[in-house]
Design a protein around this ligand. Structure first.
Ligand code: HEC
Ligand code: HEC
Ligand code: HEC
Ligand code: HEC
Ligand code: HEC
Length: 381
């Protein structure tokens, strides 16, 4: 062979080698995630082991770890998942179908020394595929979400978890608050009083963003597995002028107005209040028959969920702050409840907490958030 041919062969080999390297690099960058999921995850509340210890262990919760442990621990979620997929969103049961007892929950690892928070294994196995996608099973909040992509995984835990409410009932018959995780309900437009939620009010953000929660909180997020959406997330789909504040500002205004309307109703009957079951946020303990002269109440400083029930933080003339659940406020010890479950302010408080607990100030479902709050204002007129 002449020297020229050797040079040509050499050049061709070189070019082939170059493309081989480029192709390999491209393939591995498709398989390797952007960022560092493990480091990002440790900065998110999913890694909060204290919460798992508090809510998902038999030492701290006895058999109710079968309730809270479903979403607050890896072990509880993985034990619950097959049951959920089979159509039973209720508390964790034993394989024979009976209620989980302390011994069984202990065997799952729901103990102070072994419980794990929302770990990698909770959301996906080693293949990194989400354990649930596209359709949710029937959720503890009493509805299903269809064709929501990978967001179906998130919705399994991020829902109000207290059953389906009847929007037009005159008496819900309970003081239950929506859980802090109201996101799926708001995205899908479910579980509002005064506003017909049996018609389709699901947000385009749930239905037409391919993976719903995962699109905004991971794919278009700023720090991967911290699940924080970026400050400019809206611009990806709506153009650079659309900001988070465009939605949050009017919804904040309405939330303030609803809270003021509830407060007016409470202050109108404050003179009747004589006794409450007082709650201490520092210890989580209650004091029965705590005398509270309602005339001393100057303000409803906060509407909140007190261990799952609608409650208030009152400010008093002497500067004290008193917490009590709405159903544990009477005129005299053992006397008449000031707020019956049929009182519209109980349904109004649910709606207020639904939008507040969602945490996005309307972004998840702008029209639904607005309609819930305006319907609540009308009902309190
Ligand atoms: C269906 C799933 C689910 C169940 C069941 C559940 N939780 Fe949660 N909980 C969540 C999610 C998700 C969050 C996070 C919400 C957020 O950050 O917006 C949360 C948040 C909380 C918080 C933090 C609230 C805050 O202000 O930050 C507490 C406390 C809590 N849950 C207690 C409980 C207790 C007690 C139980 C059992 C009685 C329970 N949870 C059952 C899903 C659940
Ligand atoms: C709250 C649920 C959740 C937790 C916890 C979680 N992941 Fe993920 N992870 C997801 C979802 C959803 C995807 C799919 C994202 C996509 O479509 O690209 C994913 C994708 C991945 C991928 C695939 C590559 C990518 O980014 O697309 C890797 C690798 C990964 N996760 C690693 C981890 C590790 C390691 C941990 C624990 C430190 C972890 N994940 C914890 C939900 C979770
Ligand atoms: C197994 C139940 C579970 C699943 C599945 C789950 N979460 Fe969570 N998530 C939680 C709990 C519990 C908390 C609150 C923990 C706490 O406050 O201690 C939380 C908190 C959050 C927060 C607040 C985080 C922060 O660091 O401030 C966001 C955002 C969030 N989750 C998004 C998601 C998204 C997006 C998905 C789906 C990819 C998802 N979650 C799937 C249980 C879950
Ligand atoms: C259209 C994009 C979008 C979609 C879809 C979306 N989110 Fe959000 N989410 C946001 C934005 C933006 C915020 C507000 C962040 C802020 O105010 O800083 C937010 C707030 C939150 C918060 C409160 C954040 C915190 O730190 O307390 C949680 C929890 C949450 N989202 C979970 C979810 C879950 C679960 C889903 C699906 C069921 C979901 N989101 C779907 C954009 C989205
Ligand atoms: C992944 C894409 C995507 C992202 C990110 C996104 N949106 Fe949307 N949004 C849509 C789609 C799709 C619609 C429905 C079509 C339309 O109205 O343009 C919509 C509709 C809306 C609507 C009208 C919906 C209603 O309920 O009446 C508002 C308001 C809105 N988005 C605000 C925002 C804000 C604010 C953000 C940032 C926090 C945001 N969007 C982020 C895709 C997105």
């Amino acid at each position: 062979m002449r020297q020229r041919s050797y040079l040509k062969l050499f050049a061709i080999c070189g070019i082939l080698f170059f493309f081989a390297i480029v192709l390999t690099l491209e393939r591995s960058s498709a398989a390797v995630p952007q960022g560092n999921p493990a480091a990002e995850w440790t900065r998110s509340k999913h890694a909060n082991r204290e919460r798992a210890v508090a809510e998902a262990t038999v030492e701290n919760r006895g058999t109710t770890a079968a309730h809270c442990g479903r979403c607050h621990s890896e072990q509880g979620f993985l034990a619950w998942l097959p049951q959920l997929l089979a159509g039973d969103s209720g508390l964790i049961k034993k394989p024979d179908g009976t209620a989980a007892d302390v011994e069984y929950l202990r065997s799952l690892g729901l103990t102070v020394d072994r419980v794990r928070p929302i770990t990698c294994q909770t959301c996906h196995g080693d293949d990194f595929e989400p354990r649930i996608r596209d359709n949710t099973p029937m959720l503890p909040a009493g509805f299903e979400a269809w064709a929501v992509g990978e967001g179906a995984l998130c919705m399994t835990c991020h829902n109000t978890r207290n059953g389906r409410i009847q929007w037009d009932t005159a008496d819900p018959g309970r003081y239950t608050a929506p859980h802090e995780s109201a996101q799926a309900d708001v995205l899908m437009g479910k579980n509002s009083f005064f506003l017909n939620d049996t018609v389709d009010r699901a947000s385009a953000h749930a239905l037409f963003t391919s993976d719903s929660c995962v699109t905004c909180h991971l794919t278009l997020g700023k720090d991967g597995h911290t699940f924080k959406p970026s400050e400019t997330v809206c611009a990806n789909c709506h153009g650079p002028s659309m900001t988070i504040q465009f939605v949050q500002k009017p919804i904040e205004t309405l939330l303030t107005q609803v809270k003021a309307a509830i407060e007016r109703r409470v202050l109108a009957v404050r003179d009747q209040i004589g006794v409450v079951r007082k709650w201490d946020p520092a210890t989580g303990q209650y004091t029965d028959n705590f005398p509270l002269d309602g005339k001393q109440i100057t303000k409803v400083a906060e509407i909140l969920s007190i261990q799952g029930q609608i409650g208030f933080r009152f400010s008093l003339t002497d500067g004290r702050e008193i917490y009590a659940r709405a159903g544990e406020i009477w005129d005299t010890p053992g006397g008449r409840r000031i707020f019956a479950t049929s009182d519209p302010i109980i349904r109004a408080c649910w709606n207020y907490l639904l939008i507040e607990h969602d945490g996005s100030l309307g972004v998840h479902n702008p029209s639904f958030a607005r309609d819930v709050l305006t319907a609540t204002l009308n009902a309190l007129r």
